[in-house]
Design a protein around this ligand. Sequence first.
Ligand code: BES
Ligand code: MN
Ligand code: ZN
Length: 503
Amino acid sequence: MDFSIKACDWSKGTEASFLTGKSDCVVIGVFEAQTLSGAAFTIDNAIGGTISRVIKAGDMDGKAGSTLFLPEVGGIGASRVLLVGLGKQDAFGQKAYGEAVKAAWRAILGTKIAQTTFTLAQLPVKERASDWAVRAAILALRGEAYRFTQMKSKPDTTVRSLKRIVFSVDAADEKPARLAAKQGTAIANGMDLTRDLGNLPGNVCTPTYLAATAKKLARDWTLKVEVLGQRQIEALKMGAFLSVTKGTVEPPQFIVLRYQGASAKAAPVVLVGKGITFDTGGISLKPGEGMDEMKYDMCGAGSVLGTIRAVAEMGLKLNVIGIIPTCENMPSGLATKPGDVVTTMAGLTVEVLNTDAEGRLILCDALTYAERFKPAAVIDIATLTGACIIALGHHNSGLFSKDDALAGELLDASREADDPAWRLPLDDEYQDQLKSNFADLANIGGRPAGSVTAACFLSRFTERYSWAHLDIAGTAWKSGAAKGATGRPVPLLAQFLIDRAAQ
Ligand code: BES
Ligand code: MN
Ligand code: ZN
């Protein structure tokens, strides 16, 4: 799909080329108050008042999410008009805009429309400018158009007619809107990668597959990549990571992917992604129901790869390093047992009371490894705890940090990107729950505040830099009929990095 930006100040005499330009459709918005303005007003005049008549007849009431095609319109270059209900004008904010845009794309994707003009990004969205609206529209369209068919025996037969989208924006917004279109495309490409990696089954998306994906990204985007295997992981004394991979025959990998967009001296942002390509729970075996979804336990890793792809395509002026510890968590005669004590790379010993709390074990060694980069900030992303779904459901990712400034930046980015996160506590009081009679700490802290104690465990390995943790257990994929990876939190991370690069 190709996105372009064209300046058009409706009703100011510059709209002629817009009205005569050939296309299959022009998308315009109608508020519940039904007074037409901007593009809607001008186009209504050009086509002889059809929109006003349709509204009067009650066929379009402007209710949020409603759509109506006007076929075979005359008087303009577009052969159809798509009316989109916007709801109440005084409530037209980020959410209402998102709903309207989604409804528009759904309607269009169900037709043979190949080219369309899109005027909704010019609407007055509360607290948001046109460039934001362009980017949000691109992400919504790419989100609606995404299909995962790689594993089907027959090639994808759903034809996607839509190829070319022209956004009209006010002349003054043209330049930022162009940048927004570029960013939107890059973020959507990153999300598609993250979604594909998540949706691939565990027998395809293995640690080796993730490493191959990182190597391909490095080739395509001239990044530096290093992949450490079992021997090198042993040499680094990553005893916690190694304890998780013990039960499987699938080789573990430790991936380091580096994007350099600023001077080599500039401190990097390090993203650490949990890459459990399948989590059976190990000897503390999970129940069978829904266990297939534990193929998604590498979505943190997937989001690191997707974000770095987006950053490279945007060409952001900062340094970003992705670190991915990746392995399977399997039971076997060689697997780690409850009660086993392991020594982390940092030297702290851990009593593995539950082999299903494996994410923190692979992450703690990766977080120690991150120290060598003298990072400006480290953010880990992990499908870490079922408890996070109990606390926050599927809307917000859990955010943990002792650094208020970093947490604030991430929350701002999450709002801007419409990829919400909610901050949860990380007080030292919770550390007591990790006490062990036999080692420096235990890998579980009991049922109360399970997500907080998981974050507390990680915090013990992050004392040398500014750090935040995102628990994406509830947001990385959807269950049920719409089962599939969401691509989150790539939008949040990409926005955070866009903002950091602009600092
Ligand atoms: N990958 C899971 C967390 C998870 C579970 C994410 C379900 C999404 C849906 C993680 O490795 C895990 O098993 N965590 C345990 C921790 C417990 C043993 C302290 C959990 O949440 O039950
Ligand atoms: Mn687990
Ligand atoms: Zn897990």
